[in-house]
Write a protein that binds this ligand. Structure first.
Ligand code: ADP
Ligand code: ZN
Ligand code: MG
Length: 595
């Protein structure tokens, strides 16, 4: 892929002057100011219209600085005044505008803001205390449709774990009466968009019980006491309703390790309250708490203790088969009219690494495109265009590329295509294009044949060569002085693969089986240097191979670049035809049939 990067912008960076560095005010974020005020650490603040807020801490910090400076959005001033005037905070505030005329208007504004702000603050506190409907409650289902496990495709292992919980939620008293220990907390761990929220909701729907949802950030970074209040209110609500599923999204933002340096002290109190609530309800309450996180390892170990979130369910990105199921499920749920040429299995293979949410987005984009083009059904061409949009961004109409640059992009992409075909024979070429899209000026897409779980060394070496193909083509044709910035992301990718080979996979030429892993302790400086040298060697020898290959097949390389210049986009089999017509016979594997 050839990507536009702002290399030259770096040189324009101005070096800040270092005078008075010692007395520079402490720069706080708006939220930090609020919590500092709540913690009675702020003596006074001063606001001028259109300027950063100045303030003074009650006590100087370690460096002896009392003055603070806070950037805030103009709309946030109201809440700030409200917070400053709140009875239990007591921060003196003043307004010192540049001239007197403005002073009058500002004071009026501030007075009005103080009134409005106080009302807002009072409402905020009231709604947080549990009488207001601050979080999502009730059946938690969209009207007219009850979310059940039938709405979840793939995720078989996670669903199996959740199924066990359904019976318990339906009839918790029977389980408890039988002397069974019932689950309280289930932790869903997995990347964003893999259906964690969906499954929690489906669990409630399946059991015919209530669904209460809140997200970690709703609790964290709050005024003193608000986080704990919200936690209490959430559990109280669930108990009152006779049980249900309590879903806490992004629990890591609430339940990170207590006492961590960058954590908010109030969050520790909120987390403690959460643990109290979690321990406080009995198994017969019919409550199950489901929490979601991207990284369970960041969580406070206290959360994972027995009787709390002691069940952990991993939700992985979908495999190719699961991607097919998700696409099919959503297409049928949306009652999408599909043209005969749409193959979900093929699209699933073209979307390695996509989450369920990505796939849903892809279908939506395809439907929008079908409407826009006035088609009567969603065709493969819409799916294909939608995929490019999702992966790279919209086609950049009106983005002017000179003929000279276009030639270079065509050559660069032809280089990737050719290197990929030669060195990665198991990955068929899907298409190659020089249509500018998003940040990319062109791209060669391959279609990994099967989901590989283990990667052989030659496969990894092939991937490095494929990634270096763009730069190698530029250098061979234009010379080393003329290579461009377009290969930056290619080089990043090649370096990352080579580093993994050496540092993680024991494939370094001289360092061999020794790997580097911070958890297993450091390696010597000499070892580090050798590892870096091995990484460099993988890249250098890969690059030599690619150059050698291109010298041999120069005619074919040029022919492919010319065809791209002429047609902008070539499907994989069209590209192969061009290469063959230019006399290339060395083609380890042919284009495979689509299915
Ligand atoms: P997460 O909570 O893991 O970030 P979500 O549950 O919010 O993911 O997923 C967003 C949307 O993506 C869901 O509402 C659903 O439409 C779709 N989705 C994700 N995973 C699946 C799946 N396994 N089956 C069906 N739809 C899915
Ligand atoms: Zn490239
Ligand atoms: Mg979610």
């Amino acid at each position: 892929m050839l990507v536009v990067v702002a290399v030259l912008a770096v040189t324009a960076r101005i070096h800040p002057s270092r005078t008075n560095a010692a007395e520079a005010p402490i720069s706080l974020r708006y939220s930090e100011l609020l919590s500092a005020m709540a913690a009675h650490e702020v003596d006074s603040i001063e606001m001028k219209p259109g300027e950063a807020l100045r303030g003074w801490l009650a006590k100087p910090n370690a460096a002896g600085v009392r003055e603070i400076r806070v950037e805030y959005a103009s709309g946030a001033g109201t809440a700030l005044v409200a917070a400053a005037t709140a009875a239990d905070v007591g921060v003196a505030f003043a307004a010192t505008p540049p001239d007197r005329a403005q002073l009058v208007t500002l004071l009026v504004t501030l007075l009005m803001a103080a009134g409005v702000g106080f009302v807002l603050y009072a409402q905020f506190v009231r709604s947080s205390s549990g009488t207001g409907g601050d979080f999502e409650v009730g059946s938690g289902q969209t009207p007219g449709h009850r979310t059940t496990f039938a709405d979840v495709a793939g995720n078989a292992a996670a669903l199996a774990d959740l199924r066990e919980v359904v019976d318990f939620l339906r009839d918790s008293k029977r389980f408890v009466g039988m002397g069974a220990t019932v689950p309280k907390g289930i932790l869903l761990e997995g990347p964003p968009g893999t259906g964690k929220t969906l499954m929690a909701r489906a669990l409630a729907g399946e059991a015919g019980t209530n669904f209460f949802a809140m997200s970690g950030p709703d609790f964290s970074g709050m005024f003193v006491g608000v986080g704990t209040m919200r936690v209490k209110a959430l559990f109280r609500k669930a108990r009152k309703a006779g049980g249900g599923v309590i879903f806490i999204d992004e629990i890591d933002s609430l339940g990170g390790r207590r006492g961590r340096t960058n954590g908010h002290p109030e969050d520790d109190r909120t987390l403690n309250q959460f643990l109290v609530e979690l321990d406080g309800f009995s198994g017969s309450a019919g409550i199950v708490v489901v929490a979601a996180t991207n990284r369970a390892s960041d969580l406070d170990p206290a959360l994972l203790r027995k009787g709390r979130f002691d069940r952990s369910v991993t939700v992985a990105l979908p495999s190719v088969g699961e991607r097919t199921e998700i696409l099919a499920l959503h297409a049928s749920k949306r009652r999408m009219p599909l043209a005969a040429d749409v193959e979900m299995g093929r699209m699933a293979r073209l979307m390695p690494g996509a989450s369920g949410a990505d796939l849903e987005g892809l279908l939506n984009e395809a439907a929008l495109l079908a409407v826009k083009t006035g088609a009567s059904s969603v065709a493969w061409s819409h799916m294909e265009e939608a995929r490019d949009r999702v992966l790279l961004g919209r086609a950049r109409e009106g983005f002017v590329v000179s003929r000279v640059e276009q030639r270079l992009v065509a050559l660069h992409e032809a280089g990737h295509a050719l290197a990929g075909l030669v060195f990665c024979p198991t990955d068929p070429l899907h298409k190659v294009t020089i249509q500018p899209r998003g940040a990319a000026m062109g791209v060669a897409f391959f279609q990994p044949d099967a989901e590989l779980h283990l990667h052989a060394r030659h496969y990894l070496e092939g991937q490095v060569r494929k990634a270096l193909g763009g730069r190698a083509a530029e250098e061979l044709v234009y010379g080393s002085a003329a290579v461009t910035s377009g290969a930056s992301s290619d080089l990043q990718q090649a370096t990352r693969i080579a580093k993994q080979m050496v540092y993680k996979l024991g494939m370094g030429r001289t360092t061999g089986l020794m790997t580097f892993d911070p958890d297993s302790g450091p390696v010597s400086g000499a070892m580090h240097a050798n590892m870096d040298a091995d990484v460099g060697a993988i890249l250098a020898s890969g690059y030599d191979d690619v150059l050698q290959c291109f010298r041999e097949h120069r005619t074919a390389l040029d022919a492919l670049a010319d065809a791209l210049l002429e047609q902008e986009t070539l499907a994989g089999d069209e590209a192969l035809r061009v290469l063959r017509a230019a006399g290339m016979t060395l083609m380890p594997r042919d284009a495979r049939p689509a299915a």
